[in-house]
Design a protein around this ligand. Structure first.
Ligand code: PEP
Ligand code: MG
Length: 912
C-alpha cells in the first residue's frame, strides 16, 4: 500500500468509482473502516461510494465545544455534491432520494461500541419517492421507521424500548412473528406513531431537513466516542482516548428490499478454530444491524449455496481477493441488493487465541506472511487460551445436555448463572464463577462479560458483537442457543419444560456449543496434557501450533526467560515450558510444609543461640534435600536461591488466635502448665509483633541479626551443590541476598556465604555467584557501590513498587480500584489517578526510573553485571517490553507464564 501524499489540511476523504482520496495505510486519519473502504474501492471491489470525515475532525470537535466547525461543514457539503453526482441521486430529492449511512470507525476496531445510523435522508417526502422509485412501499416505510428508531435513540436520546415495545405490540396484534411480515399500511401507521413518540419526548417534530439530520448524526457519532462502553473497551484494550473516531457517510444499498436482497458478515477463515474456510452468516431481506446486534439468528453461508448460488460464489471470490491483498484474515460486512454484492467494510478480523496462532502458522506455510509477522500476529494473551482448562469427554457424558448453541469462543466454563451484566459483576466480586446468560448481549454488557467466565446467549450468530468481543476477551462463549427462554421476572431460564434459576450451575463448551445443566469439572488443556505426558505430541494439533509459535519466538527474542520456582516439580514444569533457569527460589516456602513449620517455629522461639542452632541443624538437612532436588531438575541451568526474606511472624501462629485459645483453655480449666506454655508462646509472639512487618525485621536484616540462619542456608546450598556435582550433574547456584539497601549489608552477608563456601567446598571447584535483589529505593541510588561487591542484580519489583509508592502490598487493594476509576483533569486532559495497578504492570515513570538508575549505576562499576527481574511483573507483557527496552538480561516469572513471556520478549524484540 503506497502512502498517498499527505494533505494535512484535508479533513474529508471521498471514495467511489474505483478511486479514493485515501487508502488502507491511513487508519490513523480515516479510522479502520474509512481506510478499509478506500483500499477496497481502489482494488476494484464493489463498494457503495461515500466519504470519510477524518479522526482529526473528532479532535477538533472536542476542542470546539463539541461542535463540528464551519470549515468542515463546507467540505462535507462539497463531498455530498460529489456523491449526488456519482449516484445520480439527490440528497433530500423527493423523486430520487439519496440515502446514506453514518458510521463510526476509529484507528483500532471497537466492535459495536460506538453508534451508527442507517437510512438517513428519509423524511415525509423522500419516503414517497423511495416507495415509487423502488416500487416497494413496504420497504420504503420499513426503512423510514427504522431510521426514526435509530435516529431517536442515537441522536435524540429517546429510550429505544419505547419504539421496540410499540413494534412488539403491533406484531402481537397482527399475529406475525417477524418485522418483515408487517405490510406497508401498517408500517406507515407505525411511522406516524413513532413520530408522536418523538414529539412527546422532545417537544418538536422529527427533523425533516436531511442536512440537519446529517449534521446531528455526525455530531452524535463523535459524541459516542465517549460513551460508557467505548471508554470501558478502550481501557480494557489500552486504546488511547485521544485518537478519536472517523465518521463515514456512505450511500445506502439495501438488503431489505425483498427476497433477492440480504445482508451478512463474513470472516475469510474460521475465527474460532482458525480453519481455512469461509465463515459467514447472513439474513435475507434484512439490514446489517439485524445480524451484528444479534437480534435475529442468521443463517450459515452454506445455505446460500442453494438460495443464491451466484452471490455465494462472488462472496467466496471476494474473500480470497481480500486475504491475498491484506495478507491477513479479514472480517467483512456485505449487503446484497437485488442479487448484487456490495462490501461495506473490511478489517483484520478478531479471532480467538487458538485461531490467531493457527492462522499465523498456516499463513507462513502458504507464504502469505513471514515467521516474524506470524509472531507479531499472536498476542501473549492469545497463547493463554491454549492453557485454558477443557471438559473431559467422559465427564461430559455424565451430565445432561440442556441444549446446543453455536460455539463462538473456545474453552470450557462452568459457573453459576447470572441473568444480567450487573448481577454478573456482583456475583464475581464475591468470588463466584459466573456464566452470563442473556437473551442477546448488547455491547452495553461488556462489563458483565468481563466479570464472567463464560457467556451464553439465546439469540445471535457467531458474528454478532457479543461473539466477536467474547472471542477477543478470551471468554468461553456460546451464542444462539434458541431453546433458552430468559425470564427476568422470575429470574430464571426455561429450556423446553425445564426451569433453572439464576444462581444455579450451568456448564458451556465453547468448542462444540453444548450447554449442560450442572457443574462439570474442568481438566487440563491438551497442551498441558502433552507436557504431563498424558497425551502424545502428535495427537494434538493444538500442541503443535503452540510449540511452533514459541519455537519461532525463541529465534527473535533477546531477553532470557527464567522462572520463579521453589520446588523441583514447579521447576520441571517451567523447563517444559521453556524456562532457561530459576530466577527466584523463595527458600521460605520450603519451611511451610507441615513437618517443617514446627521446627521453624522452635528455631524462632529459641531463647539462646545454642538452642537455635539445634533447630537450624534439623532444617539444614531438609533444605539440603530440597536444593539437591532443585539442582538435579535444573541440570546445570542457573538457579537463583534467595536467602530467607519474610518477617518471622509469618511462621508463627496469629497473636489474636493465641489469645483466644488461652481464654478457652482458662474457661475449660486446662492444667496450668499447658496454659503457661501457651502464654510464653504468646509473649514471644508479642515480642516479635511489628506494626509494619514489611518494613521491619525481614530480608537481609534477618541474616544480619541472626547470622546463623544465613550460615545454615549457605551450607545447605553448597553441600547440595557438591553432592549433585559428584553425580556428574552440573550445578550453577546464584545466591541472592534480599532487601539490601546498603553495600555494608550486602558485604556482611557475602562474607558469611564465602566463609561457608570455603568450609564446605575446600579445594573443590563449584562455580557460584553471590548477588542481590534490588527492591529498596536506596539500593538503586547506591547501585554503583553495591555492584562492586555483587555479581548480579535481580529487581524485586513487588517490594520496589511497595517502597517507591509507599503503598503496602497487602493493603493497596482497599484503594487501588478507586484510584483507577477516579478521574482528574491535568493540563486539559482527563486522566485517572492511577492508570494501571502498579503491582501488575511496572509503573514506568516512577518505579521504572528507579530501575533505570539502578541498572545504569550498577553497570558503571561492573560492566558484565547480570541483571534480571523476579517480581510478579516478570510475567506481564507490558512490563516485559519495558525490561527489554532498558536492557535487562532476563525476566523471571511463574512456570505457566513462561510461554507468554517467551512470546512477549520476541514481539518486543521484533518491534524494536
Ligand atoms: C519482590 O519483592 O519483587 C520479590 C520478588 O520478592 P517477594 O515478592 O518475595 O518479596
Ligand atoms: Mg521482595
Amino acid at each position: 500500500m503506497a502512502t498517498k501524499k499527505k494533505n494535512l489540511k484535508k479533513l474529508v476523504y471521498f471514495f467511489g468509482n474505483k478511486k479514493a482520496d485515501g487508502n488502507g495505510s491511513m487508519k490513523e486519519v480515516l479510522g479502520g473502516k474509512g481506510a478499509g473502504l478506500a483500499e477496497m474501492t481502489e482494488i476494484g471491489i464493489n463498494v457503495p461510494p461515500g466519504f470519510t470525515i477524518s479522526t482529526n475532525v473528532c479532535k477538533i470537535f472536542y476542542d470546539n465545544n463539541k461542535k463540528t466547525p464551519r470549515t468542515v461543514a463546507s467540505e462535507i457539503k462539497e463531498n455530498l455534491l460529489k456523491l449526488e453526482k456519482l449516484t445520480g441521486k439527490g440528497f433530500g430529492n423527493s423523486k430520487n432520494p439519496l440515502l446514506v449511512s453514518v458510521r463510526s470507525g476509529a484507528m483500532f476496531s471497537m466492535p459495536g461500541m460506538m453508534d451508527t445510523i442507517l437510512n438517513l435522508g428519509l423524511n415525509d417526502k423522500t419516503v414517497l419517492g423511495l416507495s415509487k422509485r423502488t416500487n416497494n412501499p413496504r420497504f420504503a416505510w420499513d426503512a423510514y421507521r427504522r431510521f426514526i428508531q435509530m435516529f431517536s435513540d442515537v441522536v435524540l436520546k429517546i429510550d429505544k424500548n419505547l419504539f421496540e415495545e410499540m413494534l412488539e405490540e403491533l406484531k402481537a396484534k397482527k399475529d406475525v412473528k417477524h418485522d418483515i411480515d408487517l405490510d406497508d399500511s401498517t408500517l406507515k401507521n407505525l411511522v406516524q406513531n413513532y413520530k408522536k413518540i418523538v414529539k412527546s419526548k422532545t417537544g418538536s417534530e422529527f427533523p425533516q431537513n436531511p442536512l440537519d439530520q446529517l449534521t446531528k448524526a455526525i455530531d452524535a457519532v463523535f459524541l459516542s466516542w465517549n460513551n460508557k462502553r467505548a471508554i470501558f473497551y478502550r481501557k480494557k484494550y489500552n486504546i488511547p482516548s485521544d485518537i478519536g473516531t472517523g465518521v463515514t457517510v456512505q450511500s445506502m444499498v439495501f438488503g431489505n428490499m425483498g427476497e433477492d436482497c440480504g445482508t451478512g458478515v463474513g470472516f475469510t477463515r474460521d475465527p474460532l478454530s482458525g480453519e481455512k474456510e469461509l465463515f459467514a452468516e447472513y439474513l435475507l431481506n434484512a439490514q446489517g444491524e439485524d445480524v451484528v446486534a444479534g437480534i435475529r439468528t442468521p443463517k450459515n453461508i452454506k445455505t446460500m449455496q442453494r438460495e443464491m448460488r451466484k452471490v455465494h460464489m462472488q462472496i467466496e471470490n471476494t474473500a480470497k481477493i481480500l486475504e491475498r491483498h491484506f495478507h491477513d484474515m479479514q472480517d467483512f460486512e456485505f449487503t446484497i441488493e437485488n442479487e448484487s454484492l456490495y462490501l461495506l467494510q473490511t478489517r483484520s478480523g478478531k479471532r480467538s487465541g487458538i485461531a490467531a496462532a493457527k492462522i499465523a502458522c498456516d499463513m507462513v506455510k502458504e507464504r502469505l506472511i513471514t515467521k516474524e509477522e506470524a509472531v507479531l500476529r499472536v498476542e501473549p494473551g492469545h497463547l493463554e487460551q491454549f492453557l485454558f482448562p477443557i471438559f473431559n469427554p467422559d465427564d461430559k457424558k455424565k451430565f445432561e445436555v440442556l441444549t446446543k448453541g453455536l460455539a463462538a469462543s473456545p474453552g470450557a466454563a462452568s459457573g453459576r448463572i447470572a441473568l444480567d451484566a450487573q448481577t454478573a459483576v456482583e456475583m464475581n466480586s464475591k468470588g463466584t464463577s459466573v456464566v452470563l446468560v442473556t437473551k442477546e448481549t448488547s455491547p452495553d454488557d461488556i462489563h458483565g462479560m468481563a466479570a464472567s467466565h463464560g457467556v451464553l446467549t439465546a439469540r445471535g450468530g457467531r458474528t454478532s458483537h457479543a461473539a466477536v468481543v467474547g472471542r477477543q476477551m478470551g471468554k468461553v462463549c456460546v451464542v444462539g442457543a434458541e431453546e433458552i427462554k430468559v425470564d427476568l421476572r422470575t429470574r430464571s431460564i426455561k429450556v423446553r419444560d425445564k426451569i433453572i434459576k439464576e444462581g444455579d450451575y450451568i456448564s458451556i463448551d465453547g468448542f462444540d456449543g453444548n450447554v449442560y445443566s450442572g457443574d462439570i469439572p474442568v481438566v487440563a488443556s491438551e497442551v498441558i496434557q502433552v507436557m504431563q505426558g498424558n497425551m502424545k505430541e502428535r495427537a494434538s494439533e493444538r500442541y503443535s501450533i503452540f510449540s511452533t509459535i514459541l519455537k519461532w519466538s525463541d529465534k527473535f527474542r533477546r531477553l532470557k526467560i527464567r522462572t520463579n520456582a521453589d520446588v523441583p516439580e514447579d521447576a520441571e514444569v517451567a523447563i517444559k515450558f521453556g524456562a532457561e533457569g530459576i530466577g527466584l527460589c523463595r527458600t521460605e516456602h520450603m519451611f511451610f510444609a507441615e513437618d517443617r513449620i514446627k521446627i521453624m517455629q522452635e528455631m524462632i522461639l529459641a531463647n539462646s543461640l545454642k538452642d537455635r542452632v539445634v533447630h537450624l541443624d534439623k532444617l539444614l538437612q531438609m533444605q539440603k534435600k530440597d536444593f539437591i532436588g532443585l539442582f538435579t531438575a535444573m541440570n546445570g541451568l542457573p538457579c537463583t536461591i534467595r536467602l530467607l526474606d519474610p518477617p518471622l511472624h509469618e511462621f508463627l501462629p496469629k497473636r489474636e488466635d493465641l489469645m483466644l485459645e488461652i481464654k478457652e483453655m482458662e474457661i475449660q480449666g486446662t492444667p496450668l502448665k499447658e496454659i503457661n506454655e501457651k502464654r510464653s508462646l504468646l509473649e514471644r509472639v508479642e515480642e516479635l509483633h511489628e506494626f509494619n512487618p514489611m518494613l521491619g525485621l525481614r530480608g537481609c536484616r534477618l541474616g544480619i541479626t541472626m547470622p546463623e540462619i544465613t550460615k545454615m542456608q549457605a551450607r545447605a546450598i553448597f553441600e547440595a551443590a557438591l553432592e549433585v556435582s559428584k553425580r556428574k550433574i552440573k550445578v550453577n547456584p546464584e545466591i541472592m541476598v534480599p532487601l539490601v539497601g546498603m553495600v555494608s549489608e550486602f558485604k556482611f552477608q557475602k562474607n558469611i556465604i564465602q566463609e561457608i563456601a570455603k568450609d564446605v567446598l575446600g579445594a573443590k571447584k563449584i562455580s557460584y555467584m553471590i548477588g542481590t535483589m534490588i527492591e529498596v529505593p536506596r539500593a538503586t541510588a547506591v547501585a554503583n557501590q553495591i555492584a562492586k561487591e555483587a555479581e548480579f542484580f535481580s529487581f524485586g519489583t513487588n517490594d520496589l513498587t511497595q517502597t517507591v509508592f509507599a503503598y503496602s502490598r497487602d493493603d493497596s487493594g482497599k484503594f487501588i480500584n478507586t484510584y483507577m476509576d477516579t478521574k482528574v483533569e491535568i493540563e486539559g486532559k482527563s486522566v485517572e489517578i492511577l492508570e494501571k495497578d502498579p503491582f501488575t504492570s511496572i509503573d514506568v515513570n516512577g518505579v521504572g526510573e528507579f530501575m533505570k538508575i539502578g541498572l545504569e549505576r550498577g553497570k558503571s562499576t561492573r560492566k558484565n553485571l547480570k541483571v534480571g527481574i523476579c517480581g510478579e511483573h516478570g510475567g506481564d507483557p507490558n512490563s516485559i517490553d519495558f525490561c527489554h527496552q532498558i536492557g535487562l538480561d532476563y525476566v523471571s516469572c511463574s512456570p505457566f507464564r513462561v510461554p507468554i513471556a517467551r512470546l512477549a520478549a520476541a514481539r518486543i524484540a521484533l518491534k524494536d
